[in-house]
Design a protein around this ligand. Structure first.
Ligand code: SF4
Length: 323
C-alpha cells in the first residue's frame, strides 16, 4: 500500500474546500470499497479526506417523500421505519447486498460510487480500460459469466455491482451534491454513465463534488426486489429486478421496473415500462414487455443465459407486484 496523507473534516464546507484545494484527494466514508482499491493499488490517493464525522446521517420525511443523508449506513437505512413502510423495495435491495458487517459500515453515498467487481479490473496483470484507459479489455473473450449484457461497449462489459442503486433508479431518486460552486441535484438515471469510449468515467459526479443526500419522491408502496445469484448471500447479482405496480380494473396505472446484474449501470427498463403502461396486467403482456427490454442485449457466449434468466425474473416479479 502506498503512503497517503489523512485529513478529517467535521462540516460540509470544510470537506468541499479541502477536496477542491488538495491535489489527488479522495473522500473516505465507510471505506468498504475504497480501502480495498487502495490496497490493490488501483486507487492511489495522495490524501484521504475522512468525512465520517459530517452531519449527514439522518433519514427524514420531506413532503410525501424522504431525504436520506449520504452517510447513513446501509443497515440503518434498511431498518428505518420510513423506508420499511414506504419503500420496501429499497430495504429489500440493501439487505440483498454484501454481508451484515459490510452493510454496517457502507454508506449510501459510497454505495452509489462503488466500482465494478470485474476480476480483471482488480488484476494488475490484465488489460482493463477502466483501470488503465486504452489498455484493452480482457473480459471480452475472457471469463465473462457475471458481466453485463445491456449498455455494453467494445471497451467494457463490466456489470454495475450495486443492489441499492437499482432500487433507487426504479424510485426516481435525486442525488444531491455539494462543491465550492454550490449545490446541484442529479437525477439518478443521469448519475451513472454507460462505458462507451470512456469506461474509466463511471458517474457524472465531478472529482471535487461530495454527495450529501439522496431524495426519493412519493411512490406506490407496492414494490419489491428480487436478486438471483450463485449463492444465497454475499454474492453479486446474476440478475436482479426492482418492480412496482398499481392497477385499476386490471389495467396498469403505474409501472416501475429496474434491473441489476445485467447492465453496465443500474438499468431502468424503460422499454418494458412503455409497453406495460396502460396495458392489461397479465402473464402474456409481462413476457412481451420483458422480451422487448432484453431485445437490446449483447451477451457473450458465457453470459447468454442471462437473457432468458432476466426475462423470467421480470415476469415473476411483475406477477408478484400485480395487486
Ligand atoms: Fe476492465 Fe471493463 Fe474489461 Fe472488466 S469489462 S476488464 S472492468 S474494461
Amino acid at each position: 500500500m502506498r503512503p497517503f496523507d489523512y485529513v478529517s473534516v467535521t462540516d460540509v464546507q470544510s470537506a468541499v474546500q479541502t477536496i477542491a484545494t488538495t491535489p489527488n484527494a479522495k473522500f473516505l466514508g465507510g471505506g468498504t470499497n475504497l480501502v480495498d482499491l487502495i490496497r490493490e493499488d488501483i486507487e492511489r490517493p495522495g490524501t484521504v479526506v475522512d468525512i465520517t464525522r459530517l452531519p449527514l446521517t439522518s433519514v427524514t420525511a420531506v413532503g410525501n417523500g424522504v431525504r436520506i443523508g449520504a452517510l447513513v449506513r446501509n443497515s440503518a437505512l434498511a431498518s428505518h421505519p420510513l423506508i420499511r413502510t414506504k419503500y420496501p423495495v429499497l430495504a429489500q435491495a440493501i439487505l440483498a447486498g454484501a454481508s451484515g458487517q459490510l452493510r454496517n459500515m457502507a454508506t449510501v453515498g459510497g454505495n452509489l460510487l462503488q466500482r465494478t467487481r470485474c476480476s480483471y479490473f482488480y488484476d494488475s496483470a490484465s488489460r482493463c480500460n477502466k483501470r488503465e484507459p486504452g489498455s484493452g479489455c480482457d473480459a471480452i473473450g475472457g471469463f465473462s459469466r457475471g458481466h453485463a449484457i445491456l449498455g455494453v461497449s467494445p471497451n467494457c462489459i463490466a456489470a454495475h455491482p450495486s443492489d441499492m442503486a437499482v432500487a433507487l433508479t426504479m424510485l426516481d431518486a435525486q442525488v444531491e451534491v455539494e462543491s465550492v460552486r454550490g449545490t446541484r441535484r442529479i437525477p439518478i438515471g443521469e448519475f451513472h454513465r454507460l462505458p462507451g469510449q470512456t469506461p474509466h468515467l463511471e458517474t457524472t459526479l465531478e472529482p471535487d463534488e461530495l454527495i450529501t443526500a439522496v431524495e426519493i419522491p412519493e411512490t406506490t408502496k407496492n414494490s419489491r426486489y428480487r436478486k438471483i445469484r450463485d449463492r444465497a448471500s454475499y454474492a453479486f447479482a446474476l440478475v436482479s429486478v426492482a418492480a412496482a405496480m398499481e392497477t385499476r380494473d386490471g389495467r396498469i396505472t403505474e409501472i416501475r421496473l429496474a434491473l441489476g446484474g445485467v447492465g453496465t449501470k443500474p438499468w431502468r427498463a424503460t422499454e418494458a415500462e412503455r409497453i406495460l403502461a396502460g396495458a392489461q396486467a397479465g402473464e402474456a403482456e409481462f413476457r412481451r414487455a420483458a422480451e422487448a427490454e432484453l431485445a437490446a442485449a449483447v451477451p457473450t457466449e458465457q453470459n447468454e443465459f442471462k437473457v432468458e434468466l432476466a426475462i423470467r425474473a421480470i415476469v415473476a416479479m411483475l406477477r408478484e407486484v400485480n395487486p
